[in-house]
Design a protein around this ligand. Structure first.
Ligand code: GAL
Length: 397
């Protein structure tokens, strides 16, 4: 008898093994997920009316058309478990139940995201999924859940990698493709082990609504997160992203310049773009930042290469990101409180690999206009905490 098992035998073996060990759902999140999560603005003050109104707003205000698709309900939607251990939604805040809410979200053309925790309870003391992973995954599948943010509170002595793997396997077994968001705040370096487990992993403790600050729980402002992201780019790529946390755009504490800088840098890092403001009530300016398609295109670039800090000179930093079709983005940021004069030659070779000659058109992605080409020196001023985000595209002679 031949020792060969043939293609169908190999396939059968593969299916058995993946059934045994599980795997993550492939080919979803090939570009960074975009959506909304209420935590940064609502905390626990969510209910099904808010969620329905947010869904409606996402459809009518142009966010859905700009690429936002996941509507994620964060902590505090759950209250307990029934006698069988099935997780229960808060009957006061979500009287219609999650299946009906999920159906509504889907009926608007959006995707439904939910939150749980790898420990016994969530960060706000609600039931976690520990010991109930498969039951929860199957429940989510019946509700039509498309995205799970999985937190790390009350984990005790659990090991992060195996805990996240356990829920990955449960989701896979439940059979409904789910984008799996690892939220353990970067504590156990998930960029080292997360690629085959989740589709995105948080790199930091919680983002704070400030440009340049920290809090005692390790929370970080925009600049602190940028610095944390700086060395992690090589770990991310299509299907597995460094998550710089949900956006603070529109939450009232950043200046318009700081918001543009924040949004630009998240795009430069190919971080998920998860709006975190009350999108039912936002200014035109906030909406125009969140829906700037030229910036979103940098985030969603097919190659998914994260930016590197190319130059640093005092408070001026220039970040560089290679794009599809031989194009590039540069992001100049002013971290300080004084206006900076820009006088920069962009013709260069970066990492011995990317050569920028004088054949590129330079476009300002916030002003939406061409501002020159690479045969010229880039000149201008950068106000405090402001940003200049440019793309370099081939010149047509
Ligand atoms: C934190 C998490 C936040 C939010 C919160 C809910 O651990 O980083 O993004 O989900 O829990 O309690």
């Amino acid at each position: 008898m031949s020792g060969k098992i043939g293609i169908s035998g190999a396939l059968f073996l593969f299916l058995c093994l993946s059934e045994l060990f599980g795997q993550k759902f492939d080919s979803i999140a090939m570009t960074p997920p975009m959506g909304w999560n209420g935590w940064n603005s609502f905390k626990c003050r969510i209910n099904e009316t808010v969620i329905r109104e947010v869904a409606n707003a996402m459809v009518t205000n142009g966010m859905m058309d700009a690429g936002y698709s996941y509507l994620v309900i964060d902590d505090c939607w759950q209250t307990g478990r029934d006698v069988n251990g099935t997780i229960l939604a808060d009957p006061v805040r979500f009287p219609s139940g999650m299946k009906i809410l999920g159906d509504y979200i889907h009926s608007r053309g959006l995707k439904f995201g939910i939150y749980s925790d790898a420990g016994n309870s969530t960060c706000r003391g609600r039931p976690g999924s520990r010991g109930h992973e498969l039951r929860d995954a199957m429940t989510y599948a019946t509700w039509g859940v498309d995205y799970l943010k999985y937190d790390w509170c009350s984990h005790g002595t659990l090991d992060a990698e195996s805990s996240y793997r356990l829920m990955r396997d449960a989701l896979y077994k439940a059979g409904r493709p789910v984008v799996y968001s690892i939220c353990e705040w970067g504590k156990n370096e998930p960029w080292q082990w997360g690629k085959d487990i989740g589709h995105l992993w948080r790199t930091t403790p919680d983002i704070i609504n400030c440009f340049d600050c920290r809090n005692i729980w390790g929370g970080m402002g925009v600049l602190q997160i940028i610095d944390r992201m700086a060395d992690l780019g090589s770990f991310a790529g299509p299907g597995h992203w460094n998550d710089a946390d949900m956006l603070q755009v529109g939450n009232g504490n950043l200046t318009p310049a700081e918001e543009r800088l924040h949004f630009s840098m998240w795009a430069m890092f190919s971080s998920p773009l998860i709006a975190g403001n009350d999108i039912r009530n936002m200014s035109e300016e906030t909406l125009s930042i969140l829906t700037n398609r030229e910036v979103i295109a940098i985030d969603q670039d097919r190659l998914g290469i994260s930016a590197t800090r190319w130059l640093k000179s005092g408070d001026l930093e220039i970040w560089f990101k290679p794009l599809d079709r031989g194009e590039f983005a540069f992001c100049l940021i002013n971290r300080g409180s004084r206006t900076i004069t820009i006088n920069q030659n962009l013709k260069t070779t970066i990492s011995n690999h990317y050569t920028i000659d004088d054949s590129y058109v330079v476009r300002d992605l916030w002003k939406h206009k061409i501002i020159g080409n690479t045969s010229e020196i880039l000149k201008g001023y950068l106000c405090p905490h402001d940003v200049l985000l440019i793309s370099l595209t081939a010149r047509v002679y």
